[in-house]
Structure formats: C-alpha cells, structure tokens
Design a protein around this ligand. Structure first.
Ligand code: SAM
Length: 343
C-alpha cells in the first residue's frame, strides 16, 4: 500500500506573513544543463558548476519534500538546470509521486532527452510536463541555446504526447528582435498538436545581458494582429485586475485544440497570488525568485537535524518571503541566475 492510500488527515497549510498559502514547491535537481540559453546561463567564467557533493542527494531532496508535503505542499515541479541530465531522475519522480499529500507532480525540461525518458517518467508517476522551446528555426535554436539541436526536442515533444504526459505546455521566452516574429508559428505548432504554448516575458535573471533590449511586454504581444487572428482575446477585458493590469492567463485558440498562455512576471508581477517555494540544487530554500534570501537546508540535513529542526528552517524561509519580489534591473552580477536557482 502506498502512503497515498492511507490519507485521512485534515489538510495542513503553510501561510506566509501576508496570508498567502504556499502549497507549491519547485525543486531544482541539478544546476547542470546541456543548453546554455542566452537569457539563463551566465558565461562559463561567472558560473562555477557545483561539485557533486554540493548537490542534494535524492534522499535529501525526498526528505525535504516529504516534510513540506506534511506541512501542506501539494504541488511539486522538478526543474534545474536540466532535470533529465540527472542520473536516475525517474527514481526521484517515483518517490515523490507516492508521497502522501502530493497531488500534482510536474517537470520543466528542455526535452533534448525526453524521447528516451517520457515513457519512464509517465510510468513512475509524473503527471505533466512543461517544455522550453523558444523557436522552431534550427539555426536560431542553436543560437539561443548555445549550440542545442532542435530535432531531438521536437521528437521529445512528440513522445510526450504519445505517452500521454498531459497537459503539455510549451514555454517560450519572448525576445524582441530574436523570436517575436515567430510567436504566431509557435501558436500554430501548439494548436496542431492540441497543446498549450505559454509566452513568458524576459526577466533580468542573467548578468551581463541588456534585458531591456529583448524585453517585450505581453500586453504589446496581445495587441498584434497575427496573435489576435489566432487567439480568442475576448476574455482579456474580464481579466483586468484591481491594479488595471492583466494577470497571467491562458486563452483558447480560435482554430485548434490548444491554448495560448501569457505570463507577465515583469509587467504585472502577480506576487499577490504567489504560492511558491523553491529548493535549489545545493539545498537552499528560497521563497521568492528574484529576492536573494534563502535558508540553508543542506547544512542541517547533513548535520543530522531532526524533523522539528528542518521544519523550523522551512518556516524561517516562509517568513523571508517578501510581499513583492524586486528584480534588480540595473545591477550587473546578480548572485544567482535561473540555471542556478531553478526555473
Ligand atoms: N532546463 C529546463 C528547461 O529548459 O526547461 C528547466 C530549467 S529552465 C531554467 C526553466 C525555465 O526558465 C525555462 O522555461 C526558461 O525559459 C525559463 N527562464 C530562464 N531564464 C529566464 C529569463 N531570463 N526570463 C524568462 N524565463 C526564463
């Protein structure tokens, strides 16, 4: 019998200082990645990959996830770095899928290795998958990913559809002058396959990149004719919030079975609704993506801390969560970029 079959306790909740319920944990299982995306990975000289001993073991990750599930986390996403480059990742998937309280287990991947892993991940209990793909042009793909090949990614998407890792969402970072002319083709690609594509505003997460050069707000994308011809934008007006801003949302496609999502971490930060905590590959528990504040779980885990001690650390990380996360746009040299924190 799995833990899940024996679940009749009242549901716990983790609440932060501002009354938000935190029920979503994103776990970075590695800081290694087989892509070097221009907006994500810092230049090699600025990013020292962690040594194996610095990275949490699967047992350590599972212990933190189990405690968090006992506290009220119901959703877990495995990310990185690239989660599929971590050996035996399907084992961790299996362990977490079996945990009491975990209702939703997902992964974010660049899909280069997904053709091989999709079936195994599904069998081990992965519920759904987000696949990062910013362009459908092989040459541009190489440029954006620092030498990556598009073909295995397309094969990975097909395999994920075939094995039923649903819903599948494609993540596309909007980059002005790089892929903004391709957004309509990305919608068509998703629509033909009955999956969702989500366009994400470029965030200043990597040092040395002039983010303003690439940044294009979702609002501007939604005004474009090539997008309005494909996406049912009639619901946009209903989605205007109290701040007169459009929050992140997904809209049906006019022709096709899929959806298009528009995620605006920069133009409308949706911190009010943030339910996330993040565990980095080296065991720091972080409660806000842009805020460089975290709690060291690894030291405690390796110092034989009791569950009570670990729970106290989790609560400390929760208390650190600011009301609003601030991106430090102007400053070059952020402490941690997306590949390091876990996207
Ligand atoms: N390697 C996996 C992948 O490519 O999906 C998982 C990790 S990656 C850091 C997770 C997500 O973060 C990707 O969808 C990526 O596009 C997004 N991301 C990274 N840096 C970003 C940035 N500066 N702005 C917006 N999204 C970013």
């Amino acid at each position: 019998m799995s833990e899940k079959d024996n679940d009749n306790k009242a549901s716990p909740v983790i609440t932060d200082r501002f009354g938000r319920t935190l029920n979503y944990l994103r776990v970075s299982v590695t800081d290694r990645c087989n892509h070097r995306c221009t907006y994500c990975a810092p230049s090699e000289d600025k990013f020292a990959q962690k040594k194996r001993a610095e990275i949490l073991s699967f047992q350590e990750i599972a212990r933190v996830v189990r405690l968090m599930a006992d506290l009220g986390v119901t959703k877990v996403r495995l990310t990185g770095g690239e989660p599929l480059v971590r050996k035996d990742i399907e084992k961790l998937v299996g362990w977490i899928a079996e945990m009491r309280g975990i209702e939703d287990l997902a992964m974010t991947t660049n899909a280069t290795l997904l053709r091989k892993y999709a079936g195994l991940l599904k069998e081990n209990g992965l519920g759904r998958i987000n696949i990062s793909i910013d362009t459908l042009d092989p040459e541009r793909f190489r440029m954006v990913t620092g030498g990556g090949e598009l073909k295995p990614v397309l094969e990975g998407i097909d395999e994920a559809i075939k094995v039923g890792l649903a819903p599948i969402k494609l993540n596309t970072v909007i980059m002005k002058g790089v892929n903004d002319h391709e957004l309509a083709s990305m919608i068509d690609f998703a629509g033909e396959r009955g999956i969702t594509v989500r366009f994400i505003e470029f965030m200043p997460m990597r040092e040395g990149v002039d983010w303003k050069k690439f940044y294009l707000p979702v609002e501007d994308v939604l005004k474009r004719d090539d997008i309005r011809e494909r996406v049912d934008t009639s619901a946009v007006a209903e989605k205007i919030d109290a701040k007169n801003k459009v929050a992140a949302y997904s809209l049906p496609l006019l022709n096709g079975k899929g959806k298009a999502g528009f995620i605006s971490p920069m133009s409308n930060r949706f911190c009010d609704a943030c339910n996330r905590l993040r565990l980095t590959s080296d065991g720091r528990l972080r409660s806000c993506l842009p805020a460089d504040m975290d709690v060291d779980m690894r030291a405690a885990l390796r110092d034989n801390a009791s569950d009570e001690n670990l729970i106290a650390l989790i609560k400390k990380a929760v208390l650190l969560k600011p009301e609003e996360g601030e991106y430090n746009y102007e400053e070059d040299g952020r402490q941690r970029s997306m590949i390091d924190i876990g996207g």
